[in-house]
Design a protein around this ligand. Sequence first.
Ligand code: ZN
Length: 302
Amino acid sequence: MQLSVVLLLGLALTIVSSKSYHNGEMKAMTRILNELQISRRTGSSGWSYSDPAIWSLAYPNCAGHKQSPINVKTGIARDLYQDEEFEGFNLDSFYDIPSGDFTAINNGHTAQISLPSGAYTTTGGGLDGTYNALQFHFHWGADDASGSEHAVDGGRFPLEMHIVHTKEGYSIGGTPDALAVSDGLAVLGVFFELSDDDNEDLAPLIDALETLKDSEVGASISVPAFDVSVLIPENFEDLYRYQGSLTTPPCSEAVVWTLFKETIPISEAQLSAFRALPSHHGHIQPNFRPLQDLHGRHIYST
Ligand SMILES: [Zn+2]
């Protein structure tokens, strides 16, 4: 790491001292220096929730006009049924528990559960084609007043889950690249709402978090496969839809977003299991990106 820093600085100085640099080289140098600055502040991961305003220096997509998350203004949402023949979601595969294990990881930014390849598929819900679920992960705050990435009419939730899918035939960074097309990814977003009692359905997930809490940042652990359907609202017909991006670098504008209106209950004690997860500099909290401008995009609602 230190050697590469020295080499990159050397390259930058060489370009400057040559006096024959072109615009492109200047841009490349600026980019390198920016990345160095960011990586100095954040460690090896390259970006941090303490500085979301400068993500775009190293990841230009983050300054785009179709960014996520957004505040869902329900008053301006258009009827999703109006434009097309709307067929409800088919989430049947989420009600089966696959044999084998899930892989849980604390990547320093979130707790993520990777799903067995091909085990979970989503169709319908206004999506064009079949989408394969890769993983789900969470966004939370330091207290109950915030945590969700999206807001609904300005209101926040203490926790938001994202189930990330790629369009069938596409893969992230592959050919064709799911990040390079506007509907390469579909993310199902679920809001959690504070409840007085523990939600017993979440026990296997909370157990996985307890194990991650005692593991190093970046360590993968195997957890027995559990029922993922308990993380999806019973009513998955009522939803918001809009076109957006990844909410973390590289902020690719490749996501068809679904936000379910019905929430899942979670207790204060269960939320604390998320907030206890270690990061490179303490604990992961908060880990939500600030709201992004709509820039004229439409929000749809069922
Ligand atoms: Zn997310």
